[in-house]
Design a protein around this ligand. Structure first.
Ligand SMILES: NC(=O)C1=CN([C@@H]2O[C@H](COP(=O)(O)OP(=O)(O)OC[C@H]3O[C@@H](n4cnc5c(N)ncnc54)[C@H](OP(=O)(O)O)[C@@H]3O)[C@@H](O)[C@H]2O)C=CC1
Ligand SMILES: O=C(O)[C@@H]1CCC=N1
Length: 278
């Protein structure tokens, strides 16, 4: 689903952590016309602050200050491992503002306890947000209002597509499928490129063929009402090349391996919450 809610023009947003995901969301906000002066970032790493200024014209500060108190929305974009240390100096300035977290695993009650605001929306974006093609899952804690959810949705919609989940635990599954998912796509792309090169294509030709195939396959699947298995079967001519390839994938248990990989990511998301969210 794509957003209908638009971002109020006077929204003031503060990011805690100014790395990859913060930069992707800031890029989306700026593309949609939010003035850079309404965005602030707390980011201790000098090179990241310089990069935010250069890429987005956004001013980042090295440490939390009372400037944070003017924010309508705080976006938590630090690593789960850093969350506790990052939250302590920020909490005095939160004043009950809406919290939007992109952190894997860290649960809404931990964010509420550390920030002092129970108005928490958790989300799990992914790196294609950098090019406006993100896929995000969102979860709203009970203390949020409809306006809070609309604001969080409007922010995330600047980075691509999104959906809401009803249970917080489902965000671990979102993390495992689509949060980490781009890495699985790149893993398959790398393998396809290497195989194409082994068979006599140039690296560049094999890369283009592999990427074009993922793009085209995804576009076809997105537009089609049919089951993914039907689309797969349509490529697979009896006694043909695809059948030969899929037989190897099946014999080697690739789908089962991918399933176990996604289950491992889901478990790790829960562990991150247990380890770093207390
Ligand atoms: N990368 C991805 O594909 C996705 C990541 N996420 C989540 O997004 C979050 C951020 O990930 P990502 O952007 O990749 O990580 P990055 O390391 O790129 O960004 C985190 C930033 O936070 C900074 N930081 C460290 N300590 C503090 C502090 N005390 N106060 C403020 N900022 C601090 C880091 O600085 P320094 O480098 O100096 O430590 C770093 O620049 C994680 O929680 C992750 O789970 C969610 C979806 C996808
Ligand atoms: O690997 C991670 O933990 C983060 C969360 C999803 C993608 N990257």
């Amino acid at each position: 689903m794509t957003a209908s809610a638009s971002l109020p023009a006077d929204t003031r947003i503060a990011f805690i952590g100014g790395g990859n995901m913060a930069s992707a969301i800031i890029g989306g906000l700026i593309r949609r016309g939010l003035p850079a002066a309404q965005i602030q970032v707390v980011e201790p790493f000098e090179a990241s602050r310089a990069s935010l200024a250069q890429q987005h014209g956004v001013h980042a500060q090295p440490a939390a200050s009372d400037a944070l108190a003017s924010a309508d929305l705080l976006v938590w974009a630090v690593k789960p491992q850093t969350f506790r240390d990052a939250a302590a100096p920020v909490a005095p300035y939160v004043g009950g503002a809406l919290q939007l977290s992109v952190m894997a695993g860290i649960r809404a009650d931990a964010i509420a306890a550390a920030s002092g605001s129970a108005r928490v929306v958790r989300c799990m974006p992914n790196t294609p947000a950098l090019v406006g093609q993100g896929m995000t899952g969102l979860f709203a804690a009970p203390a949020t209002t409809a306006a809070d959810r609309a604001l969080a949705e409007a922010v995330i919609a600047t980075t691509g597509d999104f959906l809401w989940v009803e249970r917080e635990k489902q965000l671990d599954a979102v993390t495992a499928v689509s949060g980490s998912g781009p890495a699985y796509v790149f893993y398959f792309l790398e393998a396809m490129q290497q195989a194409g090169a082994r068979l006599g294509l140039s690296d560049e030709q094999a890369r283009r063929l592999a990427i074009g195939t993922f793009l085209g396959g995804s576009a076809l699947a997105k537009d089609s009402p049919e089951a993914l298995s039907t689309l797969r079967e349509r490529v697979t001519s009896k006694g043909g090349t695809t059948y030969a390839a899929l037989t190897v994938l099946q014999d080697e248990g690739v789908a089962a391996s991918l399933g176990r990989a996604i289950e491992a990511a889901d478990r790790r998301a829960a562990e991150l919450g247990d380890e770093f969210g207390r």
